[in-house]
Design a binder for this molecule. Structure first.
Ligand SMILES: [Zn+2]
Ligand SMILES: [Zn+2]
Length: 149
């Protein structure tokens, strides 16, 4: 999730942390006692993310979409996600892979460090429908919805 500080306009991205202030990637906003930029307390407001959804009907997938396309496999209620064609560098990487329920609420988020393999695994056993979101620290968020049958 990303948050906006209502006092100073600073944007905090949980998947990146804040290297200047020594906040590790994956640190939840609620774990911070104050805004790293202006020290205000309780000033974070969640940013509604704009999700790019893949158009399954189109035969043509633009390169930027293809790069962020998650390959998803569900076996025995375990969902495995891989993003094989994306860079995993500090300045450009998949910074998190997350599982959302059918109402658009986040169930689980896995944060990824540079140089690791972009993959995740989630338990989807009690979900009829779910969504996988892939966050790139440069390009934004991509989403793909699935029926569990
Ligand atoms: Zn602030
Ligand atoms: Zn990217």
């Amino acid at each position: 999730m990303r948050y906006h500080c209502t006092e100073c306009s600073y944007i905090y991205d949980e998947s990146l942390g804040d290297s200047v202030d020594g906040i590790e990637a994956g640190t939840k906003a609620e774990e911070l006692s104050q805004c790293p930029a202006c020290d205000a307390e309780d000033s974070f407001y969640p940013i509604t993310e704009e999700v790019n959804y893949f158009d399954e009907k189109s035969e043509y997938i633009p390169l930027i979409d293809a790069e962020h396309y998650p390959i998803v496999e569900v076996i025995a209620w375990q969902c495995t996600v891989q993003i094989p064609d994306h860079a995993m560098l500090d300045e450009h990487r998949i910074s998190s892979i997350s599982l959302y329920d059918e109402y658009g609420d986040m169930v689980e988020e896995l944060f990824l460090q540079p140089e690791v393999v972009a993959e995740a695994s989630f338990d989807v056993s009690d979900m009829d429908e779910f969504e996988i979101r892939v966050r790139c620290n440069l390009h934004g968020v991509w989403g793909k919805k699935f029926q569990n049958d």
